[in-house]
Design a protein around this ligand. Sequence first.
Ligand code: ADP
Ligand code: MG
Length: 248
Amino acid sequence: MPTPATGDLVVLSKVNKHFGELHVLQDIDLTIARGEVVVVIGPSGGGKSTLCRAINRLETIDSGEISIDGRPLPAEGRELAALRADVGMVFQSFNLFAHKTVLQNVTLGQIKVRGKNRKAADERARRLLDQVGVATQADKYPAQLSGGQQQRVAIARALAMDPKIMLFDEPTSALDPEMINEVLEVMRRLARDGMTMVVVTHEMGFARSAANRVVFMAEGRIVEETTPDRFFSNPRSERAKDFLSKIL
Ligand code: ADP
Ligand code: MG
């Protein structure tokens, strides 16, 4: 029996993950409420990407539990495909299908995974492409678009699956500076519209303005977890103070 829906959408408890000798996730406890925007910040190698990948099961975990919407993560098969559709993910590298048009990139999953007909999928895709500001690029191939446009298509593609949560792993890190804002603006709007989001980013302006909570991760642990105001004005841990002194 699925647990009835509560305010908590994602719950990680005592999650551990090793890569060989490296203890990359150490007793991670993290709860994400419906509609919450959690920004994950921290030094490179701290486990942020592994955390995201564990949430949609691109990585297995060694111990602990992860549940989404009251259900434990499925291990395989049809249920795993459904989970992946429920958890939208946007990566640093845009990961679009290079040999499909922009429109096809956004319709494919709707048809194959969600079982929609082409007309319905096309209509939804065009609406989403319009929302992220690339409607006029629908018939082009990814390589013909700028990095910022490609990343906005990647966001539209994830949204087309009607995900319960969106994970963003450094979505603007590979972009030229002038394209960063157009992507952050799409993400800000999503946040305002109530999407549940986990965002790994070094964009501190985004963290301050859009996050409900900042999670500071280093060396496989959640070191600090607080509001953006408190985190930036008064970080408690030496590790966070040191990190902020280097980037601000
Ligand atoms: P972050 O995203 O915070 O930079 P990652 O989660 O990517 O950190 O990586 C955490 C640590 O795990 C790093 O030391 C990284 O080199 C290591 N790591 C990540 N993926 C693998 C893998 N597939 N195999 C071995 N080590 C990995
Ligand atoms: Mg990373």
